[in-house]
Structure formats: C-alpha cells, structure tokens
Design a protein around this ligand. Structure first.
Ligand code: OOG
Ligand code: MG
Length: 261
C-alpha cells in the first residue's frame, strides 16, 4: 500500500498533467513497485479531489476490454476508471482540443443502471435486469504519458486515460437488442476509420460490467443505481486532430457526432 506522502505525490502529478494537458513519464519509472491496487488508490484520491472541487461522479468505465484495444496498447488486462460530470460533453458540440494532449476516440456501448449491483457472482442476466437502458457513446481518451505509452499500474493511476465522453443516438431497452451483434462504424471527416461489432468486447459488452463488479467487490465497493457505465472501445482507438468531424454510427441505436475544435 502507498504511504500518504507517495499517494499525494502521485495524485498531484497526475492531476497536474490532466489539468495542464502536459505529459509525464510513466509513473513506474520512478516508482517501480507501483501495483495495480496502488493505481486504484490514486484514482480514489483523484475522485476525492474532484468532488472537493465541486465535481460529481456519474459512473465508471471499463477499458482494454477488446482484443483490438489490448493489442493496440500492448496491455492484455482490462482496467477501470472513474467518470465525472466534468468529463461529459454534449452531442453535436465542439470538444476543445487545446485542453487535451493527443486525443483518440473510441466507440463504446454505455449502460445506465437502475438498481445497485455488487459482488463477484453477478450473472449476465442480472446485469441486464439491472439496466435501465443502453446508449451509444464515444469516449475521447488522452493518455497523460509520453507517446501514449504506459503499463497497467501507470495507466490506472491516470484514470485509464479518461478525458471526455459524448453520448447520443437513442437510449434503448437492452431486452429488445442482441447486444453481441451490434455493428459500429467510426468515421472521421466522412471517411471510415474503423468498424467492428459489439461482441468484440468480451463476447458481450455486459461482460465488462461483470468484470467491473468483481473489481469493485475486491475494493469493497458496489455499482450504484443510476450509474453510467462505459464498457470499452469496440475497435482500436483513432487519433483525432483539430477540426476533425467525428461520427460513430451504431446499428439500431443511432449515431454520436462532434467536432474537435
Ligand atoms: C486506456 C483506456 C482504454 C478503452 O475503452 O479500452 C479505454 C488507453 O487505451 O489509453 O478507455
Ligand atoms: Mg474507453
């Protein structure tokens, strides 16, 4: 476990990099013993600081849940992150690129929960039963590490590269959908950059929520009713630049669009 002094050094460093959109060296370069659990302790400290600033936690995300993402990042275990109200951006809006370092976009299926879930033996059916609706989302990730390169403890301490997210399309009842076979197409400036199907996320995106529940249970936490949950990029993440028009089309669910400005 991190001592209070090291926890403060790490949280200060990550928050500074996020707030100023500047890169830092991998945390494990200086703290080689940093563990995955230490990384989550840094996330908890970041969350406390955001709340102290007046921000509000709206949910949680799972990342590195598809083979495309794992291969792209060279990290072969999922990680989880905290989603705050301040990370959300409206559909069809402009995302300020000056606040980011080297953003990349990901198309994800998001869930909104209507009942609390907890424990490490929750079934897929129970996850669906506790889901209010599913909705298309695009996450804009932005690693605060140089060249977008990291290891798992470092990226977890950086809140799994969370930066912005946009929801759009239609909220749908998951009971009327086959959540494994939904196609998704990512276009930038009208050109297709990536495509995939929702089964790329662990065979079924609700599996990401089961993993998330196990992770929370190990830390004595639950997934609260009302939580917004992103289940992870279906395809590899696509780098975007100033002026790019982003459009993610989700089969049966509508699309999400915004511009990088
Ligand atoms: C880590 C975050 C990954 C996802 O959806 O897979 C993520 C990263 O690749 O920087 O959000
Ligand atoms: Mg993501």
């Amino acid at each position: 476990m991190l001592d209070a002094k090291t926890l403060k050094i790490l949280a200060d460093r990550v928050l500074h990099a996020q707030d100023t959109a500047t890169t830092m060296a991998k945390l494990t370069d200086e703290f080689p013993d940093l563990s995955i659990s230490d990384g989550y302790d840094v996330q908890d400290e970041l969350t406390r600081r955001w709340v102290a600033r007046g921000d509000r936690q709206v949910g949680v995300k799972a990342g590195l849940t598809s083979k495309a993402k794992m291969d792209q990042m060279g990290v072969h275990l999922p990680g989880f992150g905290v989603l705050m109200a301040s990370h959300a951006r409206p559909e069809n809006g402009v995302i300020a690129i000056d606040e980011l370092i080297h953003p990349r976009i990901e198309a994800e299926i998001a869930f909104v929960m209507n009942a609390e879930l907890g424990g490490d033996d929750v079934t897929l059916e129970q996850v669906i039963a506790a889901t209010d609706y599913v909705i298309p989302a695009v996450e804009v990730i932005d690693s605060r590490f140089e060249k977008f390169k990291f290891d798992l403890p470092s990226v977890i301490a950086d809140n799994c590269s969370t930066a912005r997210y946009v929801t759009g399309g239609r909220p749908l009842d998951p009971r009327g959908l086959d959540l494994r076979t939904l196609g998704v197409v990512i276009e930038v400036n009208g050109e297709i950059q990536a495509l995939g199907a929702s089964a790329a996320v662990l065979g079924h995106p609700a599996e990401a929520i089961r993993l998330l529940l196990r992770h929370l249970a190990a830390r004595g936490q639950t997934l609260k009713a009302g939580s917004f949950v992103m289940t992870g990029g279906i395809t590899e993440a696509i780098p975007v630049a100033r002026g790019d028009n982003v459009l993610a089309r989700f089969q049966d669910m509508g699309s999400v669009s915004f511009r990088m400005g």
